[in-house]
Write a protein that binds this ligand. Structure first.
Ligand SMILES: N[C@@H](CCC(=O)N[C@@H](CS)C(=O)NCC(=O)O)C(=O)O
Length: 269
């Protein structure tokens, strides 16, 4: 049996949900409410000592880290395959998932926190907020939360995130310029899945245009990516109308500052 611990609008959980759907697998889910700090419940920390979602339980095997969960699912349920057989292409696939794990995830989190979740955290009691900041003793995550909570889109972490996204989209445009349909060629793979929820987040925040203007190949990829049924199942239909309105409302407010910071970044190198 497959059981996924997730939370409504978690980008990392969305990667896994897309993979499960692409593979046509049956699974159960349990929500871990991050706004209620359920990720720090001792029982959950036994499964995921980092206190984050997603976590997969496969017949008692506990797997954490969304990139590893997606690869585990492909290894365990090989058909239809989402990982290329060719070792070179497999290494290229992992470059995309590494880009997410080494910066795009944080960029997405900081941009979202600074523009939307910050508003929600204002409703938390100081006690709840302090608990959220503790982050199972990870000082780096704590510093990021405090900075985005206090400075919003003016946080230096948001500025770094904008630069990370710039590099990702530049890389996408170059990769797709030979007319290929997906990041590794004609086949849809975990490379495409690994970046989709993060680009979707920018889309719902009404920020995607900041990076997609004048990038026709990445734009065409995005249109294809969001037309897949797995996108609708894991993201499009899974988000509530309230979540979508909330993201757009706050995202629009942040857009001009984000555009300006991007222009400054482009002018500085
Ligand atoms: N590298 C991890 C990141 C997981 C992660 O940070 N998930 C976020 C939601 S997208 C979370 O659970 N955050 C809770 C918190 O920071 O308190 C993965 O890919 O699984």
């Amino acid at each position: 049996m497959l059981k996924l611990y997730k939370f409504g609008n978690s980008v990392c959980a969305q990667k896994v949900l897309m993979t499960l759907d692409e593979k046509g697998l049956d699974f159960e889910t349990q929500d871990i409410n991050l706004f209620k700090n359920e990720q720090y419940n001792p029982e959950y920390l036994k499964l995921n000592p980092k206190g984050v979602v997603p976590t997969l339980d496969h017949d008692g095997n506990i797997i954490i880290e969304s990139t590893l969960i997606c690869e585990y699912l492909d290894d365990t349920f090989p058909s239809p395959s989402l990982v290329p057989k060719d070792p070179f292409l497999r290494s290229q696939m992992r470059l995309w998932s590494k880009a997410v794990d080494e910066g795009i995830f944080e960029a997405t989190r900081e941009i979202t926190f600074a523009s939307v979740f910050r508003e929600k955290m204002k409703d938390m009691s100081p006690d709840q907020r302090e608990k959220r900041y503790q982050n199972v003793g990870d000082p780096e995550r704590r510093a990021r939360y405090i900075s985005t909570y206090e400075n919003g889109v003016e946080s230096p972490y948001v500025r770094d995130g904008i630069a990370k996204f710039e590099k990702l989209f530049k890389n996408m445009e170059t990769t797709l310029a030979d007319g290929r349909k997906w990041l590794l060629g004609d086949g849809y793979t975990l490379a495409d899945i690994s970046i989709t929820p993060f680009i979707a987040r920018l889309y719902y925040l009404a920020l995607l245009e900041v990076w997609l203007e004048e990038r026709p190949c990445a734009t065409a990829w995005w249109e294809r990516a969001k037309s897949r049924p797995s996108y609708e199942v894991a993201i499009g239909h899974a988000l509530t109308e309230i979540q979508k309105i909330e993201m757009e409302t706050y995202g629009v407010k942040a857009r001009e500052t984000i555009r300006l910071r991007r222009d400054q970044y482009l002018g500085s190198y």
